[in-house]
Design a protein around this ligand. Structure first.
Ligand code: C2E
Ligand code: CA
Ligand code: CA
Length: 409
């Protein structure tokens, strides 16, 4: 085990007692250093302080307040922050099954295995035997993790909105677009939001950043919004944004200053964000809804909220996470989750949106299941605002055919 002595491990666990136990186990395996975090957001913060270099092992719980383990694993994979992963859970073994099925689809997730809590040393050692040779060369440090650089970029106007269309599955009509932030870096090119949103979260820059995105998105979309009555713009809010009622009032003023009715805007908040702080979120969500804005529950399915919890929130739209959408046509497990989400959404009178639709087979399955809207690479990748009108013109027939409103040939 001595080859771990040059490597760092991390324990992500909300229970202090369990965390201390796991840290002891890893120390006894002679890891060079053991980092600790109490939930997914905390883990990303600690890893950022560590320079966002990949660590040798992350041992994470699934069920945590704040950012849960499933969301964390996705971030770890996307940003390649760990060489090996072990997931623990005290709950339903089906949670561990979902993690295993996520890992079998994603080559970037080096899942060594799952363990039921409390974890015992021999089981942990057994799993560690499967660990690949830890990567020694660290991924070069991206500039994006540095808050100071982000602040300069914000002042320099380097953050801009991209737009990804949402289309009606029964007609192929474009119903709206989600606004997705990009950082146009003068040297490093286009940097995706996963590289800077987590750094902004919890800092005073999150509010001005969101405001800058909203202002630009409203301005850039004016031409095509006017051309399509009923077109909606979906804008992502962070946990900080949702907790700040003064800031939300400010956003409402910005929208009305652009001469837009609140119905033209859908605020997106993630399921985990809402459920981790239900009582406070509920008040602010209700206020936005009362003003007439649309509200979307984003990344639905990864936070395991129940229908009862969902029915208490005034959402107008449910966005099923792409983990459950991508490849659903081939996997009965995902199909079951989609079916129940769509059924539940419709019972609650909520518009169902499937995220990450990449294949025609998945599109057809979702259509059969009665899903309302689709967003994903099959429809379009996120694009600059200036490309949108032309995209709509050149893709109208293709989308109609996809919806089955015209014969495919
Ligand atoms: P999200 O809100 O879940 O946005 C959907 C993400 O899925 C986008 O990634 C989009 O490009 C990607 N996507 C869409 N269709 C497909 C597909 O068919 N296949 C695959 N593999 N991916 C697809 P993106 O743009 O990298 O954004 C990542 C996340 O960053 C967003 O996830 C959102 O949580 C956050 N984000 C982006 N812009 C903002 C913003 O302005 N404010 C805040 N607070 N968060 C933002
Ligand atoms: Ca979103
Ligand atoms: Ca999403």
């Amino acid at each position: 085990m001595s080859h771990w002595s040059e490597h760092t491990a991390m324990v992500v666990e909300d229970s202090g007692v369990q965390r201390a136990h796991l840290v002891d186990l890893l120390r006894s395996m002679e890891f060079g250093a053991v980092l600790e975090a109490c939930d997914g957001n905390d883990a990303l913060r600690v890893l950022a302080l560590h320079g966002n270099k990949p660590v040798g092992l992350v041992l994470t719980d699934i069920d945590m307040p704040g950012m849960d383990g499933i969301e964390l694993i996705r971030c770890l994979a996307e940003r390649r922050l760990t060489d090996n992963l072990i997931v623990t859970s005290a709950r339903d073994p089906r949670l561990l099954e979902i993690v295993e099925s996520m890992a079998s689809d994603d080559a970037r997730l080096h899942l060594l295995g799952t363990l039921i809590k409390p974890v015992r040393l021999p089981d942990l050692e057994q799993l560690m035997l499967r660990a690949g040779r830890p990567a020694v060369a660290a991924v070069p440090l991206k500039p994006s993790q540095n808050l100071q650089q982000i602040e300069q970029a914000l002042h320099a106007g380097q953050f801009l909105p991209y737009f990804q269309p949402k289309v009606a599955m029964d007609s192929g009509a474009v119903k709206g677009a989600e606004v997705l932030a990009r950082w146009r870096h003068p040297e490093h090119g286009m940097i995706p939001p996963d590289q800077f949103i987590p750094v902004l979260e919890g800092t005073p820059l999150m509010a001005p950043f969101t405001l800058a995105m909203v202002e630009q998105a409203l301005g850039q979309s004016e031409a095509w919004r006017r051309a399509m009555p009923g077109f909606t713009l979906s804008l992502n809010l962070s946990a900080d944004n949702l907790a700040d009622s003064d800031f939300l009032n400010r956003l409402a003023e910005v929208v009305s200053a652009h001469g837009l009715p609140p119905q033209a805007i859908i605020w997106e908040v993630t399921e985990t964000m809402v459920m981790s702080n239900l009582s406070q979120s509920l008040g602010n969500l209700a206020r936005l809804r009362l003003k007439g804005f649309g509200l979307a529950m984003d990344d639905y399915g990864i936070g395991f909220s129940s229908m009862q919890q969902l029915s208490r929130c005034p959402f107008t739209e449910l966005k099923v996470d792409r983990v459950f959408v991508d490849g659903a046509a081939l996997r009965p497990n995902r199909r079951v989750i989609l079916e129940s989400a769509i059924e539940m959404g419709h019972k609650l009178n909520i518009t169902l949106v499937a995220e990450g639709v990449e294949s025609v087979a998945d599109w057809q399955l979702l259509r059969t299941l009665g899903c309302d809207l689709a967003q994903g690479y099959l429809v379009a990748r996120p694009m600059p605002g200036a490309d949108m009108l032309n995209w709509i013109k050149t893709n109208r027939m293709r989308l109609k055919a996809l919806a089955g409103a015209l014969p495919a040939e």
